[in-house]
Design a protein around this ligand. Sequence first.
Ligand SMILES: Nc1ncnc2c1ncn2[C@@H]1O[C@H](COP(=O)(O)OP(=O)(O)OP(=O)(O)O)[C@@H](O)[C@H]1O
Length: 261
Amino acid sequence: MTTAIKQAEKTESIIKAESLDVYYDQFHALKNINLNMKKNTVTALIGPSGCGKSTFLRTLNRMNDLVDGFRAEGNIWIDNYNIYDPKTDVVKLRRDVGMVFQRPNPFPMSIYDNVAYGPRIHGITKKKVLDEIVEKSLRQAALWDDVKDRLNSSAMGMSGGQQQRLVIARVLAIEPGVILMDEPASALDPISTSKIEELILELKEKFTIVIVTHSMQQAARVSDDTAFFLNGEVIEYGNTNDIFTRPEKQATEDYISGRFG
Ligand SMILES: Nc1ncnc2c1ncn2[C@@H]1O[C@H](COP(=O)(O)OP(=O)(O)OP(=O)(O)O)[C@@H](O)[C@H]1O
């Protein structure tokens, strides 16, 4: 394969929102969103509270379907399929598009069983295969060395930062292409936060990541592209370095310099 082709593959867009409008009953929560995210990149969604970041993130694996009064118009393409097509297999979508929440939410079971949970649900029963998946996922989540001698201990005995990396390992075990993260480090101490940030940078080699964050420093450290949301609209979207050093819109500049939000 030539370098040019590899490069083209790397920059191919994997997530595309086209004229997306979202409503909660009469409330117009997202207005004409158009974003085009490339494979193996990290996109940060920033903006003040209530501007629609989480709503947008949750439309990417149809988590909002469960919310009363939710309605989406427009299209979201992930890996060339329209996820709002009525024929979409939502179970498969959620396997392809994993999600990590603000508070670590390990299941009350062993470390091993947390990671093996998804593969088991998807029909994998052979111990040897599960062992391999568990080890690989824990290694990818930079947790293997911490826990390899206590795989059968309860996940509830881990620190908050370890629990969040375990949750990431649980997501990785089902081999998604895309990982959504909703403020994944906001409940963690600074050391655990920097471990999660390092992990994000490693994971983007294999996955495409979309992260909601309230930390401008975090967005600047981990993301390639940034979308600035305000009142349900994307005000500015582009290369993170450009957005942070020479934003085109006054509102973006005001937000990133801490003048509101
Ligand atoms: N289930 C819901 N029903 C009705 N309105 C909702 C619902 N979820 C969110 N909203 C509204 O949609 C708007 C966007 O909310 P959203 O949670 O997406 O914002 P956000 O930018 O992620 O905020 P934060 O940074 O505080 O998490 C807000 O006005 C919120 O009140």
